[in-house]
Design a protein around this ligand. Sequence first.
Ligand code: TRP
Ligand code: SF4
Length: 329
Amino acid sequence: MSGKKRIVSGMRPTGALHLGNLHGALSNWISLQDQYDCFFFIADWHALTSDYEHPENIRRYSHDMMIDWLAAGLSPEKSTLFVQSEIREHAELFLLLSMITPVPWLERNPTYKDQIEQLSSRDLSTFGFLGYPVLQAADIIIYKADGVPVGIDQIPHIEITREIARRFNYLYTPIFPEPGAILTETAKVLGVDRRKMSKSYGNAIYLGDSPDTVRKTVASMITDPQRMKKTDPGDPSICNVFTFHKLYSDGSMVAEVDELCRTAGIGCVACKKKVAENLVSFLAPIREKIEYYRDHGKLVEEIMETGSKKAREVVRKTMEEVRAAIKIR
Ligand code: TRP
Ligand code: SF4
């Protein structure tokens, strides 16, 4: 395909996306679309590894997330957009790779240990959860990806992917390139309470939030915690509202707020009002598209089906090579 390098990435279906998701991963993907041959998918099987007790939301979350992808600017003309479980070959390759993956590689995966601790309310002592990186490796190498745009937290998984690809190439036939992680600088958007923006913390602003919701949520943001009174000078460099200004306000307003905050020339209430209006304008076209796709659910399903067809063409070829390399039918 036109000599472009290929990249693959997946996102677990969490439903509607918030600003943290947008600036963390999605805006990256959007800007990579012109440069690379992109495969982006919704990792619904991966969601099942931890949410197997509550699979009932996964389908709806996948649909809602695809809407937000499209509204934010992922383009089905430029990229191949699909849902993982529609491409059964991922599961076949996962099975075959599981045969050659030593269990200690998985047990020493730092993300594995972290997650088990963090999600202590769930029983994650499953085979599927331990094998999570093997499924991820299958997702990636089945497209013979050159690169994988991910956050730093996923680096261990990309390393395991390379190790598995290398082992396959060594044991059978060299089929798979060893993909590299594509790390891009991302803006760290905190939630309104200054913790990591997360659906489960209830501190998020969603791409589809109404102007009034955005205004109210921004008004509730924690600012520079040292600044008690309006007459105290503030420190924008530690204020999350200022981070928002840098993302949504123009250069002159950013400079003005920076100066006025440090000299107690503006109060936080006024400062938030300014940024809230800019955020509302930023989200307006996205929200309009979200509403359009919500009213056109069939179109969204069609887009995913078109993506699946393109993905299937690629994986079919890869799996023929894989089966030939392993010399089974
Ligand atoms: N593990 C990734 C995450 O939690 C999601 C994912 C699944 C993925 N398969 C992938 C990312 C393949 C990149 C490539 O964010
Ligand atoms: Fe933050 Fe603005 Fe208040 Fe300064 S004036 S502390 S930047 S909200």
